[in-house]
Design a protein around this ligand. Structure first.
Ligand code: NAP
Ligand code: FER
Length: 338
């Protein structure tokens, strides 16, 4: 048990790429829970969407205020319950702070059963990224047997799960990722049919001709930019594109117009559909159950990249934009026996 709290706040809005000056680490008292639940963070999730919250531009969500504590999906241990339906020692997941301790209304926390799976999975394969992969693949990209499915950010938290779900549906699965280690992981451990190291490829269309010779029927886009431009030129008739994220553009100070690929959609009659995981919130239970069954049966594999220490959370976050993670990037903030 620590007797003080540490908390990251937004120091200033980043111009382009965030850096260490974006973050302020402040020492505070452990917060008084009042009528809320006091939670000690065990694992904190850093996610690409946090870049969006740091800017005040147009978005599907409100920005963080400068000076305010940063928020994150986090899993932790109940220290004081104050009338909520939890006991001290229970493990809960919710939207907490980048901090050792956070208070939250009991209604905003969900209990996690540590007997079912490691608690960190509630932030990854069995949490928001897993559900995003599940709904984006099964409900938006909709790969079928014999289809070719392409996913970008393929070795990341969402992409690695999306590709395996597409494989379970009988599709040929092709992933884009940023290193030969990731290509090796996708092809040899996750069973992708082909993976393209986009950092080592001088022609994305050429690489796709080799990896997806029959064209692309379903595309799960996590990154946008020039890779997506190339995939659009390979879409088949009636292809489906699930626009999940555009991480290659999140730090851009001006939005590039890029080569415009929409004329091709007249020929292919392809459907391009953006989605937010929350659109499927009434069905979260179904997703978590199915993902849990696939993990238990060995049909779905997952990795986590765990950075130690709350003080290193900014590095873990910044690393997402440099491809430092394989699978879900987490920060380990405390241990059970501390
Ligand atoms: P992640 O894939 O685990 O981590 C980000 C990865 O993006 C990095 O590991 C890096 O891998 C890749 N990347 C970074 N900059 C890139 C660039 N310029 N070009 C190509 N690849 C780049 O993150 P995640 O949490 O799974 O999120 C993946 C995407 O899904 C993000 O766009 C995110 O915003 C989106 N998302 C959307 C929803 C939704 O509801 N719509 C929900 C969750 C996530 P490489 O080594 O391959 O470059
Ligand atoms: C992301 C993580 C979550 C993201 C969007 C979400 C576009 C949105 C989730 C929701 O509000 O449902 O990286 O990027």
């Amino acid at each position: 048990m620590r007797d003080t709290n540490r908390q990251f706040r937004l120091a200033k809005r980043p111009e382009g790429k965030p850096d260490h000056d974006t973050f302020d680490l402040v020492e505070t008292d452990v917060p008084e829970p009042g009528g809320e639940v006091l939670v000690r963070t065990r694992y904190l999730s850093v996610d690409p969407y946090m870049r969006d919250r740091m800017s005040a531009g147009e978005s599907y969500a409100d920005p963080w205020a400068v000076g305010d504590p940063l928020r994150a999906g986090a899993v932790g241990e109940v220290v004081e319950s104050n009338g909520a339906e939890f006991e001290p020692g229970d493990i809960v997941v919710g939207n907490l702070q980048w901090a050792d301790y956070t208070t939250a209304p009991g209604a905003e926390l969900t209990e996690v059963d540590p007997e079912l799976a490691p608690i960190s999975t509630s932030l990854g394969v069995l949490g928001m990224p897993g559900r995003t992969a599940y709904f984006g693949t099964t409900e938006v990209a909709e790969p079928g047997a014999g289809d070719t499915f392409v996913v970008t950010g393929a070795a990341g938290a969402v992409g690695s799960i999306a590709g395996q779900i597409a494989k379970l549906s009988g599709a040929r699965v092709v992933g884009f990722a940023g290193s030969d280690e990731k290509v090796e992981y996708l092809e040899n451990e996750l069973g992708f049919d082909a993976a393209i190291d986009y950092e080592a490829t001088d022609s994305y269309p050429g690489a796709l001709d080799e990896a997806a010779p029959e064209g692309v029927d379903a595309y799960f886009d996590n990154v946008g930019g020039p890779i997506t431009d190339a995939v659009f030129t390979k879409l088949n008739v009636d292809a489906r594109v699930a626009v999940c994220g555009q991480i290659s553009l999140y730090n851009a100070t001006e939005r590039p117009t890029g080569p415009r690929k929409l004329p091709g959609l007249v020929s292919t009659r392809a459907t391009v559909e953006g989605f937010l995981v929350r659109d499927f919130s009434p069905r979260y239970g179904e997703a978590t159950k199915q993902l849990g069954q696939w993990v238990a049966s060995g049909d779905l594999q997952y990795r986590e990249t765990v950075t130690g220490g709350l003080e290193n959370a900014p590095d873990a976050f910044l690393g997402l934009f440099e491809g430092k993670n394989i699978g879900k990037q987490l920060v380990k903030v405390s241990d059970a026996d501390e």
